[in-house]
Structures are given as structure tokens and as C-alpha cells.
Design a binder for this molecule. Structure first.
Ligand code: APR
Length: 234
């Protein structure tokens, strides 16, 4: 892509972009899904069965994310967003706020966010306290039905209409640190290809969708992403 171009860049990030900030990924060796069963901590059924266990899982992740710092990948993406003449949209599957801590704006959290709380009874949303418990009353309806505002397996990701519109307008689609094993995010590269966008993937190894990307750059995101951003904006 020529420097200074006004191309629209749409980015999708996954757990790999936060790995070097100390936050665990899901499917790497020893990842979160090796430590916990998805059906126990990341499904509505698991929450109904044992809300204490689920709140405990997210309380631990919320505390870890609160203590984590953005790495060079988050920081250079924020710089790209600020300095690239065209629109730069960050869609993340991550529930941490490291893109925001690095200064990125308008980040689309398609799987929700650790900083959000949701009432399962009245759908009220508010800023989550660091620790949540099943007996916490909803600030609006007082029902003891509060849950993390996270999209669990079997639930509908947020902002899909807006995401599809961004993918249709993208001149360049970039995926960073995702294994591309969870839908609909895994299909975004296909949508980008269908609209003749350039496509680029950053990972440690080929993701499940690597063959659909025009270019793949391998290595730790904290090194490969800054190198790429420097090519674009110096
Ligand atoms: N730099 C670049 N890529 C990395 C790094 C790194 N330092 N460390 C790990 N990766 C890559 C891995 O090779 C892997 O492809 O990041 C990817 C992490 O994959 P997953 O753990 O599956 O995470 P993700 O793709 O974000 O999962 C998607 O699944 O469990 C659900 O809702 C959860 O949002 C999550 C979704």
C-alpha cells in the first residue's frame, strides 16, 4: 500500500495481540481453554449452572487485564489510527482494554468487554466493578441477575451489521493474533476478499485461514506490527 494513501484499513485482533502483555491466549499451549472447560465458564448454560464459578473466572481475568499494559503492537496501532490519512477501524475479539489503554478509539469489542456488566433480567449495562458476584443487585431493576457483559458461545457477537459494512468498505483487512477458529470472526477475511481488499495476517504461525490472506507475516506481534506500521507511516 502506497504511503500516505487514504485507504481504509480494517483490523481484527485476537488474543495473540495481548499475549506479550501477559494475558493468556485461549488455544496456545496451556491456554485458557486448557485450564477451564468452555462449557463451564463461557456459555449461558455454564453461568446458569454455577454463576459463582463464572464470576470467579471473569473476576480473575478482569484483575489481570486491569494490571496489564499495552505492548508495542497496541501502541503502534493507536499511532496508525492517529496518523494514517484514511480511516483505521479496530475490531477486537479480545475483552481486555489494552487497545484503549494504548490510545486507540472507537474499538469494536465484538465479544464484549471485561469492563462491562449486564443484567440478565432487564438488559441494563453499566461499568463492571473489579469483582462481581451472583448476588450483586442490578443498579436499575435490583434483580440479582448480573453477569459479565461478555458474548459467550452460542450468543450473538456485538455490532455485526457495522462490522459487515466496514469489511465491505475495507481497502486493506489485517488480522493480528487470532487462530481464526471461532466464527463469525474467522469469516471476515472471506468478506474482505469478496470486496477485493488486500489482506494481511500477523501470527506466530499460519492460522486456520492463512491460505485466504494475500500476505502473512510471522513473528511476535510486538515486533512484526510496529515494523509494518513504520512501513506505512514512517
Ligand atoms: N504474536 C502474534 N500472534 C500470537 C502471539 C504473539 N505474541 N501469541 C500467540 N499468537 C497467536 C497464536 O498463534 C494463535 O493463532 O494468537 C492466536 C491466539 O488464538 P486463540 O487463543 O484461539 O485466540 P483467539 O483467536 O483470539 O480466539 C477467538 O475464541 O474462545 C473464544 O471468545 C474467545 O475471543 C476468543 C475467540
Amino acid at each position: 500500500m502506497a504511503k500516505g494513501s487514504t485507504e481504509k484499513i480494517v483490523l481484527l485482533t485476537g488474543a495473540g495481540v495481548s499475549a506479550e502483555s501477559g494475558l493468556g491466549t485461549f488455544r496456545d499451549e496451556g491456554g485458557l481453554w486448557a485450564q477451564h472447560r468452555i462449557e463451564d465458564v463461557a456459555t449461558p448454560e455454564g453461568f446458569a449452572r454455577d454463576p459463582d464459578l463464572v464470576h470467579g473466572f471473569y473476576n480473575a481475568r478482569r484483575a489481570q487485564a486491569a494490571a496489564a499494559q499495552p505492548n508495542a503492537a497496541h501502541q503502534t496501532l493507536a499511532r496508525l489510527q492517529a496518523q494514517h490519512p484514511g480511516e483505521v477501524v479496530i475490531i477486537t475479539q479480545n475483552v481486555d482494554d489494552l487497545h484503549e489503554k494504548a490510545g486507540s478509539t472507537g474499538v469494536i469489542h465484538m465479544h464484549g468487554s471485561l469492563s462491562g456488566a449486564l443484567c440478565a433480567a432487564c438488559s441494563h449495562r453499566w461499568q463492571a466493578p473489579l469483582e462481581m458476584h451472583p448476588t450483586d443487585p442490578c443498579p436499575r431493576c435490583s434483580a440479582p441477575a448480573t453477569r459479565p457483559d461478555i458474548v459467550w458461545f452460542g450468543e450473538i457477537p456485538h455490532a455485526m451489521q457495522g462490522i459487515e459494512a466496514h469489511l465491505a468498505e475495507a481497502d486493506l483487512f489485517v488480522a493480528i493474533g487470532t487462530s481464526a477458529q471461532v466464527y463469525p470472526a474467522a469469516n471476515f477475511v472471506e468478506a474482505a476478499n469478496n470486496h477485493s481488499a488486500e489482506t494481511l495476517e500477523f501470527n506466530l504461525e499460519p492460522s486456520a485461514m492463512a491460505s485466504l490472506f494475500g500476505q502473512c507475516r510471522f513473528g511476535p506481534a510486538s515486533q512484526t506490527v510496529p515494523a509494518w506500521v513504520a512501513e506505512l507511516i514512517g
